[in-house]
Design a protein around this ligand. Sequence first.
Ligand code: NDP
Length: 332
Amino acid sequence: SREWHLTARPQGWPEPSGFALVEAPVAQPGPGQILVRNTHLSVDPYMRGRMNDVKSYVPPFKLNKPMDGGAVGVVVASEADGFAPGDHVLHGLGWREYATFDAKHAVKIDPDLAPITAYLGVLGMPGLTAYAGLLRIGGFEEGDAVFVSGAAGAVGSQVGQIAKLKGASRVIGSAGSDEKVRLLTEEYGFDAAFNYKNGPVHEQLKAAAPDGINVYFDNVGGDHLEAALSALNDYGRVAVCGMISQYNATEPVPAPRNLAYVLTKRLRVQGFIVTDQSDMQPEFLKDVSAWIRSGELKYRETTVSGIENTLDAFLGVLRGENTGKMIVALDA
Ligand code: NDP
């Protein structure tokens, strides 16, 4: 079985030389354990933070040990009650082909209810991030105008669509290619969208939101956040979900120059981590699975094949090569 190790901590953009795909024996399950053959791995932006040796809300990856992350797979051997070979499970030991672990850390998933990759994306962690981030942290209310950055990605594409479904007056998205921008307005029902690489975010947002915005869902930070602070109306809210524009920065990044708007416009700016929002899981699954079934909520995935391409897939997320959730499919 092969597994990915981090062998050197990156400075700036991760270099392939700091990673190794390593052969490791497959452990047979002990009492209460299962052996899972992973079929799909998740690669996510937060994993960049785990490559640094800093204290954060998840511990750093250890050097020369298997990396981990979201994965779905099939049980091949079980010593645990309630799990049988052939069961599909969601768990946290990704970046590897086979995983042996205590079954209490696995969640059984039903492949007849949704494609199993959906549990890594639209019905999984990024989906709950979008749902809780917009509705709770962003304090979304019917009639709000919402701006979301990273809008063609896993989280962002769902934020914009949930806002529309919950009665937003206007939804604006930004993304990094003209093709992604077209997808936002033509398929996902955004009212306006722009390519942040085509001109200053500040000007493009102003043109897209002539009456201002009430909620900014931030996936990006930097000039996006600064532009949003200018566009926000009084009592606006910012849900700080991610700051992907600075994950590879080697120096501290300057704050928005117009931070004084937080005061003068009485804004609320709140960061959040999805793992603290699990109480919203039942409501999230009920709403989102119904919207998927009815066709009201659409989603895409970008699939890269082969364990050997997992690092490329991860770097692809940082470069914007994905539309919707980035998934690594492993060979059967
Ligand atoms: P995405 O599917 O959105 O993929 C990341 C996207 O970010 C890329 O496709 C790229 O799209 C965009 N991007 C990369 N670099 C830049 C840049 N410099 N400026 C603007 N956009 C950039 O990933 P996720 O949906 O999984 O995550 C989105 C955000 O949410 C991330 O910031 C992530 O860290 C955060 N997050 C936070 C969670 C929490 O608990 N707080 C949980 C999950 C995710 P493009 O082509 O448009 O540039």
